[in-house]
Design a protein. Structure first.
Length: 320
């Protein structure tokens, strides 16, 4: 069964009907319960039933709605990562006959992995998404040319790097080259899962079994259900990542912070203590501490005073 995120790909958009209904919502307004636009607003957490007023709905404060949705996505990411780490044990326990219905193949070395990815990429028609939490090697010319050609012929390419990649030459050169052809690159603070997914049919993931092999083994997954889980993990990581090069990042007001990070920065600016920020955002103090550390790393500062000074001059300061 597909999750809400996979069945509702437009998490950041409203249909025209839902937008029109959203403007009509008041405490005394009773919409048609069979209206698909009403179901869309409820599903996205933008409205809530009014107590003691049967059939009426009220609009939620946008900050509350954003906070609720962010919490749901972060919780979902943790569940998906836990499921991903359990996959090797799950497939290892399957009876031999069950392997005929799936597709999990060990690629014992980097040469085999690259050859398989090149062959699959040559057949790509729609999209290639990748996550690279580690340093990218300098010898990526072949990969750069291959991905640039894919993007040039209309295949959508999206890549996630760690924030540290913004200061490394191999990632900079690769990202600018494929962005010119239409690709989009974002950055995220590790840990996040390393993967390559081609047309939602071929997924390449790290080996957590420590399988004896030549070097850098990985698993090629073609089972549709497992690929769908992996794609859901990527989508959640993508939503948390900050724009860097290509796509929307080419706008004049480039955003490098996520909505969650901007919420933290604005609460800090308003004088909230850490316990108040954590309570407002429904996260633990430990999680908040990690998120603030990520923001400092993103801004390249060590103190909160430096962070506050840079934040008020940052392009994202005026963002929603």
């Amino acid at each position: 069964m597909k999750s809400e995120e996979s069945t509702n790909a437009d998490n950041t958009e409203l249909s025209d009907q839902a937008s029109a209904l959203y403007l009509q919502i008041r405490h005394d307004y009773v919409p048609d319960p069979s209206d698909p636009a009403l179901a869309e607003l409820v599903r996205k957490g933008l409205i809530t039933p009014v107590p003691l007023n049967n059939g009426a709905y009220a609009r939620l404060d946008t900050h509350v709605a954003e906070r609720n949705r962010t919490t749901q996505l972060l919780d979902g990411l943790e569940r998906h990562v836990a499921a991903l780490r359990a996959l090797p044990k799950f497939f290892d326990s399957l009876p031999q006959a069950a392997a005929q219905s799936g597709g999990v193949t060990l690629l014992p070395g980097i040469k085999q992995a690259n050859a398989s990815m090149t062959a699959a990429s040559a057949q790509a028609k729609h999209e290639v998404v990748t996550c690279h939490p580690r340093d990218r090697p300098a010898s990526t010319a072949a990969t750069k040319d291959r991905d640039a050609k894919l993007a040039a012929r209309g295949v959508r390419i999206r890549t996630i790097y760690p924030h540290a990649a913004r200061g490394r030459q191999p990632e900079q050169e690769y990202s600018r080259a494929i962005a010119e052809a239409g690709a989009e690159i974002r950055t995220l603070t590790p840990p996040f899962e390393r993967m390559v997914i081609i047309d939602n049919s071929h997924a390449y993931v790290s080996d957590y079994l420590d399988t004896p092999s030549e070097d850098n083994p990985c698993w090629l997954v073609t089972h549709p259900a497992v690929v769908a889980v992996l794609r859901n993990v990527f989508d959640t990581q993508w939503m948390r990542a900050a724009q860097w090069i290509g796509g929307a990042a080419q706008e004049a007001a480039q955003r490098t912070t996520t909505p969650q990070q901007r919420a933290i920065l604005r609460l800090m600016e308003d004088g909230y203590e850490d316990n108040q920020i954590a309570d407002t955002l429904h996260v633990s103090l430990r999680t908040l501490g990690k998120q603030i550390a990520e923001i400092k790393a993103l801004f390249g500062v060590e103190t909160r005073f430096q962070l506050g000074t840079l934040w008020t001059r940052h392009p994202d300061y005026a963002a929603d």
